[in-house]
Design a protein around this ligand. Structure first.
Ligand code: MG
Length: 251
């Protein structure tokens, strides 16, 4: 497998492999041992959905040193995480809708881990077996609310505050990827996943010692330095390695 997306044509919702603008429909469980229909259908006219339907979204904070510094927080001694509501997800092309536009609301480009198998108490060395793949995401944050509260779930769980996708890349070294955010074509965040303080395998292991991870669950791995405010009408684009970009606009 390589780039796997989830799509809708009419009433038909399906997973498919994406190759050169064509979709090869998947047969069977996407997290099992699926096969693919040999005849491709054109991507055009097919709606791209969020690539998976997680039972929960775990967001990791302060996992790049330059971001911890700009946020005025010490680097955590162990991964710092909270939960984002699955209802905050929107797909590639979806619009971010700020409930409090007078607040400071920020973009945060992040790489997301997609869990492939139910897992509890796994070691970092064995964690890769439970990972389905990786995708681009944003952890949009109402900074005004976040800075006034000790719990961050509310500031980061508004509907539309977790863009994700467009596809899940299943064959990629997660620690050798550039991660960039463009705001209206301007490069705002520019880092590399080798800079993660706690790497993907450590994160899956750590989270799994605290709660069971289910197929489709997402772990957002944290944002690099360069965060900044979003404005109505902005075009935001997250680029991770050679993956298809995640593009969203602000309503
Ligand atoms: Mg974040």
């Amino acid at each position: 497998m390589a780039a796997i997306g989830r799509f809708q044509k009419g009433d038909d919702i399906f997973h498919a492999k994406v190759v050169d603008g064509k979709l090869y429909k998947l047969k069977g469980d996407v997290f099992g041992s699926p096969s693919f229909v040999k005849r491709a259908i054109p991507h055009k006219g097919v709606k791209t959905l969020i690539p998976v339907e997680p039972t929960k979204i775990i967001a990791v904070g302060l996992n790049y040193a330059d971001h911890a510094q700009e946020a005025n927080h010490p680097i955590p001694k162990q991964p710092l995480f909270w939960l984002k509501a699955p209802t905050s997800l929107i797909p590639d092309g979806g619009k971010i809708d700020m409930p409090f536009p007078s607040h400071r609301n920020d973009y945060e480009a992040e790489m997301a881990i997609v869990i492939g198998r139910r897992v509890r108490n796994v070691t970092p060395a064995a964690a890769a077996r439970y990972i389905f793949g990786y995708t681009a995401a944003q952890d949009i944050s109402d900074r005004t609310i976040q800075q006034g509260e000790s719990q961050w779930a509310r500031a980061k769980s508004f509907d539309t505050y977790t863009p994700v996708g467009p596809y899940v890349e299943t064959k990629v070294d997660p620690h050798d990827l550039t991660i960039q955010l463009f705001q209206n074509g301007q490069l705002r965040q520019n880092s590399h996943t080798s800079q993660l303080i706690f790497n993907c395998f450590h994160l899956v292991s750590f989270v799994s010692t605290n709660m069971t991870l289910m197929p489709g669950d997402l772990i957002l791995t944290g944002t690099p330095g360069g965060i900044g405010p979003i404005n109505s009408g902005d075009k935001l684009e997250v680029r991770i390695g050679d993956m298809a970009p995640l593009c969203n606009t602000v309503k």
